[in-house]
Design a protein around this ligand. Structure first.
Ligand code: RIB
Length: 304
């Protein structure tokens, strides 16, 4: 794990997926497709996505000593991810209940299970690998205190990328925000961090988020691409046009690709152009990890 391109500190879930014509409203029952079980979790997804693109990737996570945990570990290893820091046991593997509707949009409920036991002490135990990684990426399906410890162990010289998903109940700690380079959010997460309905254009939301303290910000806009903002840049990046089949995990693939390319020394804009190609490819097939592309499967970048 030492000296990898991308170390992902995050969750691993078994995704229990049912296709539906439309998601049920409150109190409503709908029939769906046969159940499919896929490896998922925002952390595990990022690790597989980066490895499939060619990044030397490692995962710091916790799974249960159960069939779901073994499914997740096998998927990581098959993609070439270093799993030496994946901890096993203590609780059942996290599970995500996912419905995917006929337009490819999804709704997700996560039962964290073993993810909730990934602790600050686990991060300290992996301190050498955290500091040696070119980029460290985290999300919020693990305890916030574990993300805080990741930032502390990494120190000011390390590159830290955060997708605050699901958004925290309260504010993100200032020391976490200050470390983000970038903070990566979708429109829903942007609204949660900015409070209420901030209105305005994506550019306004990106700049509003930047004023909260991160070094840079990326707001993903689905099929419309992404908005990037930092000290020297504020730009809209277009996504290649594709036909969406299932958007599950596309944001994780985007984040992994962006983080990896930043670690190679690319600018935020250039890394986001690449990440949009990866995110676009990821919506064209079903599932999260099963939809992630190799470099040869990427669509060309959209015209600027
Ligand atoms: O971002 C998609 C992921 O969110 C799914 O794989 C699911 O496990 C949840 O973590």
């Amino acid at each position: 794990m030492d000296g990898c391109d991308l170390l992902v500190v995050g969750s691993a879930n078994a995704d229990l997926v049912v296709g539906v014509e439309r998601r049920p409203g409150p109190g409503e029952t709908v029939l769906g497709s046969p159940l499919a079980v896929h490896p998922g979790g925002k952390g595990a997804n990022q690790a597989v996505a980066a490895a499939r693109l060619g990044a030397r990737t490692a995962l710091l996570a916790r799974v249960g000593d159960d069939d779901h945990g073994r499914l997740l570990l096998a998927a990581q290893r098959a993609a070439g991810v270093d799993t030496s820091a994946v901890l096993v046991g203590g609780a059942a593997t996290g599970v995500a209940l996912i419905t995917v509707d006929s337009s490819g949009d999804n709704g997700i409920v996560v039962s964290p299970g073993a993810n909730a036991l990934l602790s600050p002490a686990d991060v300290r135990a992996a301190a050498g690998a955290v500091r040696a990684a070119r980029v460290v990426s985290a999300q919020l399906e693990i305890p916030l205190e574990t993300v805080v410890e990741t930032v502390r162990v990494l120190g000011p010289g390390g590159r830290f990328v955060l997708n605050p998903s699901p958004p925290p109940a309260g504010r993100l700690p200032a020391e976490v925000l200050a470390a983000c380079d970038p903070l990566i959010v979708n429109e829903h997460e942007a609204r949660a961090l900015l409070g209420g309905d901030p209105g305005g254009e994506p550019r306004d939301r990106a700049l509003g988020l930047l004023s909260l303290g991160p070094r840079s910000v990326v707001v993903t806009l689905g099929a419309l691409g992404a908005m990037v903002a930092g000290a020297a840049v504020c730009a809209r990046i277009r996504s290649p046009r594709v036909t969406a089949v299932d958007t599950t995990g596309a944001g994780d693939a985007f984040t992994a690709a962006l983080a990896w390319r930043l670690g190679l020394g690319e600018s935020l804009e250039s890394a986001a152009v690449y990440a949009c190609r990866v995110g676009a490819a990821a919506v064209t097939a079903r599932g999260a990890q099963s939809s992630y592309p190799t470099p040869g499967e990427l669509p060309p970048a959209a015209d600027r």
